[in-house]
Design a protein around this ligand. Structure first.
Ligand SMILES: [Zn+2]
Length: 371
């Protein structure tokens, strides 16, 4: 009894966890005992009163929102991420009655960006280093062929072979000989350190010019180093396109699914789910595209290093795309059923995903039509 009195103090309003409807009227009718369950008159949710009156007791401590103390935050974020792969348990243990800790949730979302950012830096660094090494190889090859050229021409001159017929031709030959001797002796210089190449690749990835210059004694003017925008040119373009396509296909429902959810009459009218719960489901669901995106980025980094793996990787992009898309449907279906406690969760999730994809197709069609 004392517990109820404590909880019914005006400091904390007693609300339906799903729709937010004030339940203090019902609680006030309790005289000697309190029932275990009740039904929200507004949205029809079967309310477990114990969960509503003492939400702290039901907070899952593995979850990033409820880990006690900041020191446990990184560990809790990792555990939350790993548990996301088992949505059935995830959404059975996290309850609507547990108030959303927005700051913790935002921190978690920022932490989720870390693997993507790390993957990006790794990809750009790999591309920059591989390109730099390739240039070094090209320069070494040029130096070698210059040496060969000088030797052959010198032999011909020594042998008095009249391969240049007029004396006027001898002047350019002498100049050419000097330049080639220079190249054979010193090689070309790449005026672009590894650090500078990596910096450009990571921080100025779209630049169409490079600060790097190659001075080659055999070339009339120094020529430019590979610009950051061209670093990925030799990647398999089909795979790059397919990764971009999947990015659009997956990102779209990620944004549109929550929107469709609120707009869809069957879910809104029946369940009156609060926005905050939808954001919570959507936010934790970001682990899926983040994971798939990071793996995709890593395969491209690998392709820079070992070009032979392209063939093996080709189906991987499509596979990851499908897993993410189907994973999102499962994620929402489980959350709608176990967390939001709504009926027909699978049908709702499939309808929502189909709706958002149809909107994407309409958008793409309209875009193609207009532009
Ligand atoms: Zn309700």
């Amino acid at each position: 009894m004392s517990n109820i009195e404590e909880s019914t103090s005006p400091v904390r309003p007693i609300r339906c966890p799903r729709c937010g409807y004030d339940q203090r009227g019902i609680v006030a009718t309790w005289k000697d005992s309190c029932p275990l369950e009740g039904t929200c008159s507004e949205c029809g949710l079967i309310i477990n009163w114990s969960e509503v009156l003492q939400p702290e007791k039901y907070e899952p401590l593995w979850c990033v929102e409820f880990a006690r103390g900041r020191a446990r935050l990184p560990n809790a974020a990792l555990r939350t991420y790993l548990r996301s792969f088992r949505p059935w348990r995830f959404w059975s243990q996290l309850k609507m009655a547990s108030l959303i800790r927005w700051r913790r949730l935002t921190t978690y979302l920022l932490l989720l960006l870390l693997p993507l950012a790390a993957g990006y830096v790794l990809l750009q660094t790999t591309a920059a280093v591989c390109t730099r090494l390739e240039w070094e190889q090209v320069m070494a090859d040029e130096q070698q062929s210059a040496t060969r050229w000088v030797t052959i021409v010198q032999q011909k001159i020594d042998a008095g072979e009249p391969f240049y017929t007029t004396p006027a031709d001898m002047q350019p030959l002498r100049q050419r000989m000097q330049a080639m001797q220079q190249l054979a002796l010193n090689g070309a210089t790449i005026r672009h350190s590894y650090a500078a190449a990596i910096f450009e690749a990571v921080f100025l990835p779209l630049r169409r010019t490079s600060k790097g210059v190659i001075t080659n004694p055999a070339a009339v003017i120094p020529y430019s180093y590979t610009p950051p925008a061209d670093l990925h040119q030799h990647l398999d373009s089909d795979r790059v396109e397919s990764a971009k396509r999947w990015g659009a296909i997956v990102l779209w429902p990620l944004i549109m699914l929550p929107l469709c959810f609120v707009l869809l009459p069957i879910s809104r009218r029946r369940a009156k789910v609060r926005w905050s719960h939808i954001w919570r489901v959507g936010a934790y669901g970001l682990f899926l595209p983040v994971t798939a995106g990071t793996i995709m980025i890593l395969t491209f980094a690998l392709e820079h290093v070992a070009k032979g793996v392209v063939e093996l990787m080709a189906p991987l992009i499509d596979l990851l795309g499908w897993i993410t898309l189907i994973g999102l449907v499962i994620w929402w279906a489980v959350a709608i059923g176990r967390y939001l406690r709504m009926p027909h969760s699978w049908a709702v999730s499939i309808i929502l995903s189909a709706m958002s994809l149809l909107l994407l197709m309409a958008w793409a069609f309209l875009g193609g039509f207009l532009f």
